[in-house]
Design a protein around this ligand. Structure first.
Ligand code: FAD
Ligand code: AMP
Length: 473
């Protein structure tokens, strides 16, 4: 009898398993994924086909594009760099393999029992595991469902992983497609589009909605749209794809706009229209659990399901589909199982788009605060006025701090520019401790760093930034 059985070994599941074991709970983690060679695949979407391989390719492609376009700005003249895509892919695969084996090592070190096979929840104390036609029933006091998510397929553009691919296929191209179409201008579409545009593809992104990045600060969305179009992402809003027809060599994409129907021919098409929860065949008839209308497992703020001792965390439940949100939920749940007081601060889950420059934010944006009737004031600082950003040739974008008008408590931090993710992370720490804009202004920031833009933006909230003209009347 286990204390906890965790279904799924992604960032929600494996992190929960390790913490559960640290807390003295007898823990097993079930994973159903195997790689092409038949080796069990720990780490979930994030390590195998998500965060990590995409960041490896974003980094490699950024270096290539820097060498091609920007070395000469620094007085470094080189003959045009040559792309070895097979080596770039092998480097990515090696990083994935290092990290996934790392999870195996961590399980061993922490005495987590890995179980390989497909799990089904039979009741709050029984999980059935099937592998190669054999089934086994595992008894447990608690179940944590961390079965994650998969790419959404749309019938108008059926995935064949050859010409029409999902995000997984888009991390595996063996040659740079000359013309690349992408359906969806969400985070994944923008990141994958950036990779292939930097490596030489002519990218066209088709997005059904008229708004671009509606969840971000609107001033940032506007700047980002302009910048990404300059980078060759060719983002077309208000274009709903109605059919994609693959042929031996290319894909014909039909789409509707306000003006009428149009067509585009590309060599490869990436479908990046979002992800759906992995809940198919997961629940036995007597599990007592019901799914919501979109297939998610309903949970409360503590990730408790409607059945006592069954919990659900990560992409399979509501909220942003992000690895760090998944891991924190996993930790919260096993701590609660161990009798500790633990909670999630959902308001403080940061979001990042790992393009270049990065886009990142935490907390509320101006539109959300206005809608909620909260009075606020903002301070912004452009990277064009940051000495360090100029030395790196990275002066696009700005940092914005939003604070409560009366109390000065920081309500949101938004950034577009160099190291935006790390800058916003400093905002997360400040907000976690309930800091005011004045507190951040009184904090010493190393000079010269791009983080000084956060310092100045915080000071700008009260008209006290030093390096821009912002004096309050
Ligand atoms: P998953 O990582 O999906 O893991 C679930 C695991 O459960 C899988 O291994 C699956 O095989 C297993 N499983 C499912 N059903 C069963 C079953 N019945 N029995 C046994 N095992 C089962 N997020 C970020 O925060 N930062 C990023 O930079 C980022 N980049 C991304 C890039 C891409 C291209 C993609 C696709 C996603 C990215 N994400 C990123 C999102 C991130 O990968 C997910 O939010 C995260 O992996 C969710 O973790 P999870 O543990 O809930 O689920
Ligand atoms: P995300 O959920 O953030 O990954 O974004 C997916 C994006 O794909 C959303 O902005 C959707 O509007 C967009 N999308 C979904 N279906 C279509 C379609 N048929 N044509 C164009 N865009 C689409």
């Amino acid at each position: 009898m286990y204390d906890v059985v965790i279904i799924g070994s992604g960032p929600a599941g494996y992190v929960a398993a390790i913490r559960a074991s640290q807390l003295g709970l007898k823990t097993a983690c079930i994973e159903k994924s195997f790689d092409a060679s038949g080796k069990a695949q720990l780490g979930g979407t994030c390590l195998n086909v998500g965060c990590i391989p995409s960041k490896a390719l974003l980094d490699s492609s950024h270096r290539y594009s820097d060498a091609l376009n920007h070395f000469s700005d620094h007085g470094i003249e080189i003959s045009p760099p040559k792309l070895d895509i097979a080596k770039m892919m092998a480097r990515k695969d090696q990083i994935v393999s290092q990290l996934t084996s790392g999870v195996t090592g961590l399980f061993k070190a922490n005495k987590v029992t890995p179980i390989f096979g497909s799990a089904k929840v039979l009741s709050s104390s029984q999980v059935e595991v099937s592998l190669d036609g054999k089934t086994e029933i595992i008894e447990t006091k608690n179940i944590v469902i961390a079965s994650g998510s998969s790419p959404i397929n749309i019938p108008v553009a059926p995935i064949d992983q050859q010409n029409i691919v999902d995000s997984t296929g888009a991390l595996e191209f063996l040659a740079v497609p000359k013309r690349l179409g992408i359906i969806g201008a969400g985070v994944i579409g923008l990141e994958l589009g950036s990779v292939w545009a930097r490596l030489g593809s002519e990218v066209t992104i088709l997005e059904a909605m008229d708004d671009f990045l509606p969840m971000a600060d609107q001033q940032i969305s506007k700047d980002v749209l302009r910048e990404f179009n300059k980078q060759g992402l060719n983002i077309n809003l208000g274009c709903k794809v109605t059919l994609a027809t693959p042929s031996a060599k290319n894909v014909k994409v039909s789409f509707d706009t306000k003006e009428g129907s149009s067509e585009l021919t590309v060599d490869k098409l990436i479908v990046a229209v979002g992800r759906k929860p992995n809940t198919e065949n997961l629940l036995g008839e007597d599990s007592g659990l019901l799914l919501d209308e979109r297939g998610f497992i309903p949970v409360n703020d503590f990730c408790e399901t409607s059945v006592k001792n069954i919990w659900a965390v990560g992409d399979v439940v509501r909220g942003p589909m992000l690895a760090h949100k998944a891991s924190e939920e996993g930790i919260m749940v096993v701590e609660r199982i161990a009798g500790k007081h633990a909670e999630m601060h959902y308001d403080l889950v940061p979001s990042v788009i790992y393009t270049h420059p990065e886009v990142a934010w935490v907390g509320k944006n101006e539109a959300e605060l206005t809608e909620a009737g909260v009075e606020f004031q903002t301070g912004s600082f452009p990277f064009a006025a940051s000495g360090r950003a100029l030395t790196s040739g990275e002066s696009r974008g700005f940092v914005k701090v939003i604070a409560d008008k009366k109390t000065d408590t920081i309500l949101g931090v938004h950034a577009f520019g160099p190291s935006a993710a790390d800058i916003v992370q400093q905002g997360v720490v400040a907000m976690e401790f309930g800091a005011s804009a004045e507190d951040l202004g009184l904090t010493i920031f190393s000079h010269p760093t791009v983080s000084e833009a956060l310092h100045e933006a915080a000071m700008a909230v009260n008209g006290q930034a030093i390096h821009i003209g912002n004096r309050k009347k």
